[in-house]
Design a protein around this ligand. Structure first.
Ligand code: FE2
Length: 168
């Protein structure tokens, strides 16, 4: 039995608008785990560079995620030092009276077909709570979360510049 659960987050439309969703995501699960074996961790995001599948890991597991016969690539949060890039991508978390408001970023990110934020997530530090909002073109890249928790962080995916993380 597979010991990895994933959440298929989205597919990216190609410029020609011809896209397809890979019908099978194949998991190679290592039966006799050894130190150094590939491991997936809860809430990591992996993408397929062939078909643009994007998956989220729902529990820790061993083995390599493979799609289109190639290992999927772990998406790391962007740690750019370019101020202009950061101010348009790093989620800003603000405490309102009865909720948290998350917006991408300090200067609003474009939301065009060519350049947009695909989704925003709010995640508790203990990883027990995750809220995901998928965005449409021209939609304001914001997410409201009904919690007063101060142990919240956020991440947002830009279709061009990648994944960015913001803290409260
Ligand atoms: Fe961007």
């Amino acid at each position: 039995m597979l010991d990895i659960f994933i959440n298929l987050l989205c597919k990216t439309l190609l410029p020609s608008d011809i896209s397809y969703l890979c019908s099978e995501i194949i998991f190679y699960v290592v039966k006799n785990h050894k130190k150094g074996d590939a491991m997936t961790n809860k809430l990591e995001l992996y993408k397929c560079n062939v078909c643009n599948n994007l998956v989220e890991v729902l529990n820790d597991g061993f083995g390599e995620l493979v799609c289109c016969n190639k290992p999927m690539e772990l998406i790391e949060c962007n740690t750019s030092e370019i101020e202009e890039l950061n101010e348009k991508h790093i989620p800003v978390i603000e405490k309102e009276i009865d909720h948290m408001r998350i917006r991408v970023g300090a200067v609003m990110h474009p939301m065009t077909m060519e350049h947009h934020i695909s989704f925003i997530q709010a995640i508790s530090n203990d990883k027990k709570y995750v809220k995901t909002k998928f965005l449409d073109i021209n939609e304001t890249p914001e997410l409201n979360v009904k919690t007063s928790s101060k142990t919240l962080w956020s991440r947002a995916l830009c279709n061009i510049h990648g994944l960015f993380r913001g803290e409260i």
